[in-house]
Write a protein of this length. Structure first.
Length: 299
């Protein structure tokens, strides 16, 4: 008998798909907002906006504090993902282009699969490992094609690597927390923890927002409402119904979408290699999902 009906699986995939689209858009918006707002201030502004919306939803849905067993995962994900990840990603994107940043961030699915297999006992199924390898190869092609001839800043790459580690740690910490609390609770309180971690940047945020153009302020609001409040909630929903490794594999689609969004928003025409890499990413995600579909059919 299947552990979850096919309808739930489709809903989880739809939630993951919405998350990927919104997170991909964030790379382009962060790159643009970073011209006026520094990394820490941008992270704090995004997190405060997201926290206000999510806490309001908690009140409307009458969901109080999560139970005690959920708090270790919430605290770790709040510090590592909402805090470290966002500051490091913002700082990295101020030094390297969005395509290269999205490539380096795609170290996260490999770390998720490794940590999930080890700490969460999810195992290392061959299909998942093959899918991860194909997806990473595709992400490498997309990132290489969209980078500035290999001149990316070493510091920028290292910062994005730190962001990838924070993301993977946050996902693995969230998984057990979702056994005890709702997706909204885990996301909202993780967001609040991240905002608290970034409070030292409050003074900088006030100064820079007062001097920034209205477009930069609107970009902070967008990042808080959509790639944070909405996308992290749909991610938590999907994570509560999928393994960390399989869900992490879907993020290999991010570099593909980043290139497409950059094409539309920044008038940067993708190289042919980007399309080849995008196709590999799609194949990798399909392969990583094959085992779960087979399990449902046989159960």
């Amino acid at each position: 008998m299947a552990t979850a009906p096919p309808t739930n699986d489709l809903r989880a995939l739809a939630a993951a798909g919405l998350t990927i689209v919104l997170w991909a858009s964030a790379f382009v918006v962060i790159r643009d907002a970073g011209e006026h707002i520094s990394a820490g201030a941008l992270a704090l502004g995004r997190l405060v906006t997201g926290a206000l919306v999510l806490v309001a939803f908690l009140v409307l849905r009458r969901q109080g504090l999560p139970p005690k067993p959920a708090w270790p995962g919430i605290l770790v994900s709040g510090v590592a993902w909402f805090g470290v990840y966002m500051v490091a990603l913002n700082a990295g994107e101020q030094r390297i282009d969005a395509g290269t940043a999205s490539l380096v961030i795609n170290l996260a699915p490999i770390l998720m699969a490794a940590l999930g297999g080890w700490l969460l006992k999810e195992g290392f199924p061959p299909q998942l490992m093959i899918g991860l390898a194909l997806g990473f190869a595709g992400a490498v092609l997309v990132g290489f094609a969209s980078s500035d001839g290999g001149t990316a800043s070493l510091l920028g790459v290292l910062l994005c690597g730190l962001a990838a580690a924070g993301s993977a740690t946050g996902v693995v910490a969230q998984k057990p927390a979702l056994r005890h609390a709702t997706a909204l609770q885990v996301t909202a309180y993780g967001n609040v923890v991240g905002a608290v971690v970034c409070l030292p940047f409050a003074g900088t945020l006030v100064r820079e927002v007062s001097a920034a153009p209205a477009s930069a302020v609107l970009e902070i609001v967008y990042l808080g409402l959509f790639p944070t409040a909405l996308a992290f909630s749909t991610w938590a929903y999907a994570l509560s119904r999928m393994t960390a490794g399989k869900l992490g594999a879907t993020t290999y689609l991010v570099p593909v979408l980043v290139v497409l969004f950059s094409w539309v928003a920044l008038d940067e025409i993708p190289a042919a290699l980007s399309f080849v890499g995008g196709a590999l990413c799609l194949v990798g995600v399909a392969v990583s999902r094959r085992r779960s579909r087979k399990t449902v059919e046989e159960s």
